[in-house]
Design a protein around this ligand. Structure first.
Ligand SMILES: Nc1ncnc2c1ncn2[C@@H]1O[C@H](COP(=O)(O)OP(=O)(O)OP(=O)(O)O)[C@@H](O)[C@H]1O
Ligand SMILES: [Mg+2]
Length: 471
């Protein structure tokens, strides 16, 4: 089952997939597409040389809100690779109380383990489901042979014996027939609302995240594990739930049992090491500021860079799942580099990000496309939200042009925050509407036209104080 999750997309296909979400930024897309394909090439190359081939770490340079993070995130999604985004500036705290840089590899590994487990669970789901149906049946109508002599059958409903003459059938035959009937009912979904009591282990709270005091990890104490073990160590609670809900919980429990956890961890480690992507955001923030003198903040920034170096260069990191080699993890650094320049990074680190791509500022016509074209375009998002209330909204072409124009204007006059400006503008534009639905507006079609845009936004745009705060 190795590497099945990595789809073998060609660079051209990768760029086309990215195009469905991100407007423009052709060069950046090409670079990441090549880097991703190169990893597949490496994995499929002669084993003699495979370990020698280094990943092409990328430095993405560009102003805020132009798609740097978005490109990396989409890349990870479409490749199915374990992906983590960290902020380099999180590691800057003077005195170094922050998280150690190795924690990003530990987090990435946790993530990969979860990812593989989920996939494995998905694969055994049908099997688990079959087991669970029998379990539910056992709860409803316990089979005779499992019943201790003398205890009455745990049939909770009267209807279950209806239609049978208990005098004529002996116990086990009756039980079998009742079970058959209930099995049928279960299959037909007739019992979904009936309550049953099941055991739930409290450890099964997959979203539980515990953040210990910072630095605890370094001491080798993992609070989450401790708590996890505590919970696993037997805290089983009984809960009464409708079958429809109980089934999901039972299926999860069963599929947990069916998967091979060791194999999952092994596969996860493999994936992290060969396909993992670490996106280091705001890497410019740890570059020394070339214009200012050498202060203590500068020293600490350089310290972070030095800590990053071995990880990016290739070293081993101890995780609770095992040792991870970072040699072939793809690192994508990203930053605006307004104040500092890539050349302000320590030379060794610069050398570790050999591919530089610049992302362009977004123009008015990019905004038009961003509003309408991507699969997750903002306008589509609002349309989807409102359609859940039976309100259909359309935007006229002129309205969209006007929104894009206003976004570009506010960006140039207040501050350039790239495509994020569209979020603030659309939420101001639609605020009144979003509030009025469904109380005052419902079951209708609305067209947002140019005059509506002017009505809602002109005041804000003209008043510079307001646009500073609101747009
Ligand atoms: N080129 C683009 N095409 C489509 N959407 C975009 C584009 N650029 C940015 N966006 C949208 O703008 C938002 C911010 O983009 P993103 O997070 O990629 O910014 P960034 O370049 O990483 O900025 P920062 O330097 O502040 O981290 C995202 O929600 C994204 O959907
Ligand atoms: Mg970003």
């Amino acid at each position: 089952m190795k590497y099945i999750s990595e789809r073998n997309l060609t660079p051209g296909q990768i760029v086309r997939e990215l195009d469905t979400y991100i407007i423009g930024q052709k060069e950046a897309k090409r670079s990441v597409a090549i880097a991703l394909r190169n990893r597949w090439r490496r994995l499929n190359s002669d084993p003699e040389i495979r370990d020698e081939i280094m990943p092409n770490n990328i430095l993405m340079i560009g102003p805020t809100g132009v798609g740097k993070t978005e490109i990396a995130r989409r890349l990870a999604k479409l490749s199915g690779a374990p992906f983590i985004k960290v902020e380099a500036s999180k590691f800057t705290e003077v005195g170094y109380v922050g998280r150690d840089v190795e924690s990003m590899i530990r987090d990435l590994t946790d993530l990969a383990v979860n990812m593989v487990r989920m996939e494995m669970q998905e694969r055994v789901r049908e099997k688990a489901k079959a087991i669970v149906e029998e379990k539910i049946l056992d709860i409803l109508i316990p089979p005779v042979r499992k019943r201790a002599a003398g205890t009455p059958p745990a049939v909770t409903t009267t209807e279950s014996t209806a239609g049978f003459n208990p005098d004529k059938a002996d116990d086990s035959e009756l039980n079998e027939r009742t079970r058959a009937r209930f099995r049928e009912k279960l299959k037909n979904g007739e019992l979904e609302d009936r309550n049953i009591e099941i055991e739930v282990n409290s450890s099964k709270t997959p979203m539980m995240q515990v953040f210990g005091p910072q630095g605890m990890e370094e001491m080798g104490v993992n609070i989450q594990d401790m708590l996890g073990n505590l919970a696993r160590g037997g805290r089983k609670t009984k809960r009464t739930l409708p079958i429809s809900e109980a089934r999901e919980i039972l299926i999860e429990q069963e599929s947990e049992k069916l998967i091979d956890h060791e194999a999952a961890v092994e596969e996860a480690l493999e994936r992290v090491q060969n396909q993992g992507i670490v996106f280091i955001d705001e890497i410019d923030k740890v570059a020394s500021d070339s214009s200012s003198g050498k202060g203590s903040a500068d020293v600490s920034r350089q310290g972070v860079q030095r800590d990053l170096l071995p990880i990016v260069e290739g070293s081993t990191v101890n995780t609770k799942h095992g040792i991870v080699r970072t040699d072939h993890i793809l690192f994508i650094g990203s930053g605006a580099f307004h104040i500092s320049k890539p050349s302000d990074l320590i030379p060794e680190l610069q050398g570790r990000f050999p591919i530089r791509v610049e992302l362009n500022s977004l123009t008015e016509s990019d905004f038009v496309n961003i509003l309408t074209k991507p699969k997750n375009a903002l306008i589509k998002q609002y349309q989807a939200m409102l359609s859940s209330e039976n309100v259909k909204i359309e935007f006229s072409e002129e309205a969209i042009l006007e929104i894009a124009r206003i976004a570009a204007e506010v960006n140039s006059e207040v501050e350039n925050i790239g495509a994020r400006r569209l979020h603030t503008i659309l939420s101001s534009l639609l605020e009144e509407l979003l509030f009025a639905v469904p109380d005052d507006i419902s079951d209708t079609e609305i067209t947002i036209d140019e005059s509506y845009v002017h009505k809602q936004l002109d005041g804000l745009v003209r008043n510079k104080d307001l646009s500073h705060y609101i747009l």
